[in-house]
Design a protein around this ligand. Structure first.
Ligand SMILES: C/C=C(\C)C(=O)SCCNC(=O)CCNC(=O)[C@H](O)C(C)(C)COP(=O)(O)OP(=O)(O)OC[C@H]1O[C@@H](n2cnc3c(N)ncnc32)[C@H](O)[C@@H]1OP(=O)(O)O
Length: 719
């Protein structure tokens, strides 16, 4: 709703009231319309101020209302009526003015912002465009190039930047509403014609066509199939080339297309999924709202390889004191230099001082004695990690949380090495750890809610999207990657090429196909794991047995490449060839094609034509199937956890919502039917056998994803 009061005798004050972010719900819109009518009809009122309660102007349209029956006054005519008002209307912007919130402010005749306020049009991130006149008013106010930047990226700007653009008229460090009221008194009675943005000509640079072409090309390149950024460019182009009313008509048409697209539904789901993962729970019943974290002031990182360096930078940049330990003197010096460089570059980008003094380096594990939390980031070797955990347990003060950055080893085994296994959790960062947003917080059977809450809060403080997951081989992300990689290899055996498989996955929206990604991560990483598991055996006997290991189909293709020293980008050869070791430009490799031909001939495999659909279905549905198993096993509490992990950690295209949401868009019955089909064709591939939970969901009528938790609860209670 909105509250109307009269202040200072002659100013009508409209306060938006819809906690927590004053979203423009039907009730708020109705409140604004009613309040404006009152303000315009009261002769004592000479001007109007619009503000939001609790120091927040507005977070924009109420996303919860999207997709439902539209009720209450629509936004566009409401904003038009404000702009057309005969008395000056001033927006008092505190906190945030985003999306429809900023569009409302653009309909006002003046905008006063607090110096700490941030404004932006993030609709593109929800698969939409600023469809309440924002795409037409913003370019008229701040010019086409700046408007294109804000609208196509959805980025927020500070009040200072907004002032520079001319987006706001004044900024203040004082009480914004008081300043706005005084301002409104001053401008009462002044002519308003020059204050109505919709009447402004659109400021275009002379080479505007070239600009639109360049922006469109960039947007198409980076959108990975998302349609909203393209529609945003088209809408701004309409502002630049058409009179206002026709531009609004174009905005409406483009919006109608976006609004009914699956992409906006996926992105809206993902918006709420990101928030849902913060409300974590454990199978024991422990939850985010009943488990208090303990403050962490000083942390330590053990092992300063690529991951340890990134973690150290992330902690120091967030203001934590860090003890960074590397036992080899030479490696320690190299790491120190690398970390300082990373901090300096990051600080330069953000215009702040580098946090070099936050880090103390040492080559002795004793130096972590007084820290509150340790993150172990040594090599992925269980024996080594166990030794480190034993040492940490002996050295650290009582109550220190001991965390491992393992990407999939058993957290419980590490916990067992310590005096206080309840203080042990996994903190699985993704490379580069100071850049990638994802953190898997892994609880073992002995981990306490206190340890999980503390790791989750630390993750938040260092800017990560943290997802709490259970302990199993590979946790959530890498466990689901296994069947995906496996299917990709089987497809090569059956006739596909790495470049074809990658092309299909990249067209789907992944930043990189599975083979390019493997080349980047290094093929030797998985090879070592498979050797430790007894799967990769050097020079096995030829024949059928090599493709059937531990009772299931196995492809040794990756192992054979590693045996040739082809580890991917770092060696200049892998699934692709590169100009030199370390180069990132992948080129198809004729050697690999001959190698695949010979391999197939050796195993009497006949290459067949594999189409796009089969690549997608086998790679993605096997991965999704594993996701259902993870839910069934209670490793992830809900589908949102899996989807957030895949979007932030594995470059799953956000506009497809994540693998579990994608399954709902395909139709759970279709996913089930295709898995059954492929499992029948490949009975020796267990990952293609449909999971019981998937069958149960289909059996209960494929409920919407928001209802899965109820079905999962029922399934688990029957176990
Ligand atoms: C056409 C389309 C038009 C005209 C639009 O306006 S589309 C909406 C454009 N606005 C946005 O995209 C802003 C979305 N919100 C945010 O970016 C952030 O929530 C925030 C910056 C406003 C606040 O961030 P923060 O302080 O970290 O808090 P949370 O993100 O956790 O949010 C708190 C709860 O508020 C809910 N919320 C936030 N914005 C909206 C909204 N626009 N509509 C409905 N609900 C919103 C959010 O979901 C949180 O609630 P819970 O999910 O935790 O219950």
């Amino acid at each position: 709703m909105a509250q109307y009061t009269r202040v200072s005798g002659s100013v009508g004050l409209i306060t938006l009231q819809s906690p927590p972010v004053n979203a423009l719900s039907a009730a708020v819109r109705q409140g604004i319309v009613d309040s404006m009518q009152r303000a315009l009809s009261e002769p004592e009122v000479k001007s109007v101020v619009i503000c939001g309660q609790n120091g927040i102007f507005s977070g924009g349209a109420d996303i919860k209302e999207f997709g439902g029956q539209m009720s209450g006054p629509p936004l566009i005519p409401m904003i038009h009526a404000i702009e057309a008002a005969s008395k000056p209307v001033v927006a008092a912007i505190e906190g945030i003015a985003l999306g429809g919130g900023l569009e409302l402010a653009l309909g006002c005749h003046y905008r006063i912002a607090h110096s700490k306020a941030r404004v932006g049009l993030p609709e593109v991130t929800l698969g939409l465009l600023p469809g309440a006149g924002g795409s037409q008013r913003l370019p008229r106010l701040i010019g086409v190039p700046a408007a294109l930047d804000l609208i196509t990226t959805g980025r927020y700007v500070t009040a200072a930047e907004a002032l520079k653009f001319g987006l706001v008229d004044q900024i203040t460090d004082h009480n914004t509403v008081n300043v706005a009221v005084k301002f409104a008194q001053r401008v009462a009675g002044q002519p308003l014609d020059a204050r109505r943005i919709s009447t402004y000509p659109c400021l275009c640079p002379p080479d505007v066509d070239v600009l639109f072409e360049e922006v469109m090309q960039r947007v198409r390149r980076t959108a990975r199939g998302a349609i909203a950024p393209i529609a945003c460019v088209q809408a701004v182009r309409a502002a630049a080339t058409l009179p206002y009313n026709q531009g609004m008509e174009r905005e409406r048409e483009l919006m109608a297309t976006l609004f009914t697209s699956g992409q906006t539904r996926a992105l809206q789901y993902f918006f709420f999924a990101q928030r849902a993962v913060g409300r974590w729970s454990m199978p024991s019943g422990a939850r985010w709202d009943t488990s208090k974290p303990r403050p962490v002031h000083k942390a330590a990182v053990i092992g300063l390889g690529t991951m340890g360096r990134g973690i150290t930078v992330a902690l120091a940049q967030a203001g934590f004191s860090v003890v960074a330990v590397e036992t080899q003197e030479k490696q320690l010096m190299e790491a120190k230099q690398a970390i300082s460089g990373m901090l300096e570059r990051g600080a330069k980008r953000r215009g702040v001082a580098p946090a070099l003094d936050k880090i103390n380096y040492g080559c002795n594990i004793q130096s972590v004695a007084d820290v509150d939390l340790v993150i172990e980031a040594v090599f992925e070797d269980m024996a080594l990690k166990k030794k480190v955990f034993q040492q940490l347990s002996a050295v650290c003060k009582p109550g220190t949380f001991l965390c491992s950055n393992t990407s999939g080893l058993d957290i419980d085994q590490l916990a067992c090495q310590t005096r206080n296994p309840e203080l042990v959790v996994g903190m699985h960062f993704f490379a580069p750890a100071h850049v990638m947003k994802l953190l898997e917080v892994v609880y073992g059977p002995k981990s306490s809610p206190l340890a999980v809450a503390t790791a989750m809060q630390l993750g938040k403080k260092i800017g990560k999207v943290s997802v709490a997951v259970g302990n199993c081989r590979g946790f959530v992300g890498n466990r689901m990657l296994k069947p995906y990689l496996e299917q990709a290899l089987f497809l090569l055996e059956e006739g596909a090429t790495p470049e074809f498989v990658d092309q299909v996955l990249e067209e789907f929206g992944f930043a990189m196909g599975v083979f390019r990604m493997s080349d980047l991560s290094g093929l030797d990483v998985g090879w070592k794991v498979r050797m430790a598991d007894g799967l990769a055996v050097p020079n096995p006997t030829t024949g059928q047995a090599t493709r059937l290991r531990q009772g299931r189909r196995y492809s040794p293709l990756g192992d054979l490449l590693c045996e040739q020293g082809r580890f991917g980008q770092k060696t200049g050869r892998g699934w692709y060839q590169y100009n030199k070791p370390g180069s990132q430009v992948a080129k198809p490799d004729p050697w690999l094609h001959s190698f695949l031909d010979e391999y197939r001939a050796r195993h009497t495999l006949v290459a067949r034509r594999i189409d796009h659909q089969e690549v997608l279905e086998r790679c993605l549905y096997s991965m999704i199937n594993e996701g259902f198993r993870i839910l069934e096993d209670g490793i992830a509490a809900g589908p949102e956890d899996i989807d957030v992990i895949y979007v932030f950690g594995y470059s799953w295209p956000r506009h497809r919502g994540g693998p579990m949401f994608y399954a709902t868009t395909v139709g759970l019955n279709k996913v089930l039917e295709r898995l059954e089909h492929y499992h029948q064709a490949h009975p020796d591939v267990p990952s293609l056998q449909p999971c019981d939970l998937l069958r149960k969901l289909v059996g209960s009528g494929s409920p919407p994803i928001q209802k899965w938790r109820e079905v999962i609860k029922k399934v688990r209670s029957q176990l």
